[in-house]
Ligand binder design. Structure first.
Ligand SMILES: NC(=O)c1ccc[n+]([C@@H]2O[C@H](COP(=O)([O-])OP(=O)(O)OC[C@H]3O[C@@H](n4cnc5c(N)ncnc54)[C@H](OP(=O)(O)O)[C@@H]3O)[C@@H](O)[C@H]2O)c1
Length: 299
């Protein structure tokens, strides 16, 4: 007799306690009954509150969730989360199917370094510490980046653009650029700091799109891609509307549930590897903005 039971897909989602991460977890629980999720966030109290709210929205989901505390800006925290998940997987007799590097920040009161640490070094070290747990032939990694990455590369200096769009880009080159950016910030005047603060989010996401190409080249048996969720109303973007005295809808922001499509597509459908996708699940260039609904990028 042929079994019709689907094998459990275990997926780690970082920054899962709110916003787009929370919506991705909810969508996976509701639409993919065969999934078991490692619900990761950096704060225990926020984790408990978010899981309580999730289990009331999706009845019966308790048994499909394991809470993991992980601060993606801290390598010890990533390593200890990886050990914890390794134990949980071995108890279940499973491997890790997918990783969603969703945790991100737009700015930090302490300057640009934190933004690079969370948005670029986070996805790098998460894969470093979790790679050995992934299903060798079918594993998936989705790095949630942003259209701010292509927008940044469309107006930055030629050298940075050339490095971050080169198909053979190395991690050492990406790291060097991040160190240069941080050094420039430390050595700059207050007005220059303001400009760098406003650019660091796009810069960090451009670096993560380049990292995605590099990771896909180094790990050829699994699928590693990045995507933008679209312009979504969350705690990250609300200040943008408030500062302009507009509502999130007037700004064109969508609900978090509408920001999950590209991530779910890259996790669950037949896709290529090493590419960046728009919120409409269509492949997009990493050095200029491609609007949803316009033709796919084939470069
Ligand atoms: N919203 C948009 O329009 C938009 C557009 C393009 C891309 N994105 C990307 O989508 C992702 C999710 O953003 P969002 O809009 O949902 O923002 P959000 O509501 O602010 O959520 C960000 C999540 O990241 C977590 N996080 C931040 N620093 C962390 C760290 N060091 N370790 C672990 N978790 C950390 C936050 O945890 P705490 O609650 O503990 O702070 C939170 O769970 C980000 O990568 C963002 O850049 C968003």
């Amino acid at each position: 007799m042929v079994s019709t039971m689907k094998k459990t897909k275990t997926i780690l989602i970082t920054g899962a306690n709110k916003g787009i991460g929370f919506a991705i977890v909810k969508a996976l629980l509701e639409q993919f009954p065969e999934t078991h999720l490692f619900f990761s966030c950096r704060d225990k109290h926020r984790s408990v509150a978010a899981i309580n709210s999730l289990t009331s929205i999706v009845p019966g989901s308790e048994s499909r969730l394991d809470a993991i505390i992980m601060d993606v800006s801290n390598r010890d925290s990533i390593q200890s989360a990886a050990s914890q998940i390794e134990c949980l997987l071995s108890q279940k007799g499973l491997r890790l199917y997918g990783i969603v590097n969703n945790a991100g920040i737009m700015n930090s009161p302490t300057g640009v370094e934190d933004v690079v640490r969370v948005n670029t070094l986070g996805p790098k070290y998460v894969l470093d510490y979790f790679y050995h747990l992934l299903e060798p032939d079918i594993g998936r990694v989705v790095n949630i980046t942003s259209a701010a990455g292509p927008n940044y590369l469309s107006r930055c200096n030629d050298r940075t653009r050339k490095i971050l769009t080169h198909q053979e880009v190395t991690w050492e080159q990406i790291l060097e650029l991040t160190e240069e950016f941080i050094r420039q910030y430390q050595e700059s005047s207050d007005s220059e700091k303001e400009l760098l603060n406003s650019n660091v989010y796009g810069f960090s996401k451009a670096c993560t799109n380049a990292l995605t190409m590099q990771q896909a080249r180094s790990h050829t048996t699994i699928k590693i891609n990045s995507c933008t969720p679209g312009f979504i109303e969350t705690d990250m973007t609300l200040p943008l509307a408030q500062n302009r005295g507009k509502s999130p809808q007037e700004m064109g922001m969508k609900a978090p549930e509408e920001g999950t499509g590209s991530c779910i597509h890259l996790l669950m459908n037949d896709v290529t590897t090493g590419h960046y996708f728009g919120s409409d699940c269509v492949r997009s260039p990493i050095d200029r903005y491609r609007a949803p609904g316009t033709p796919a990028f084939n470069g």
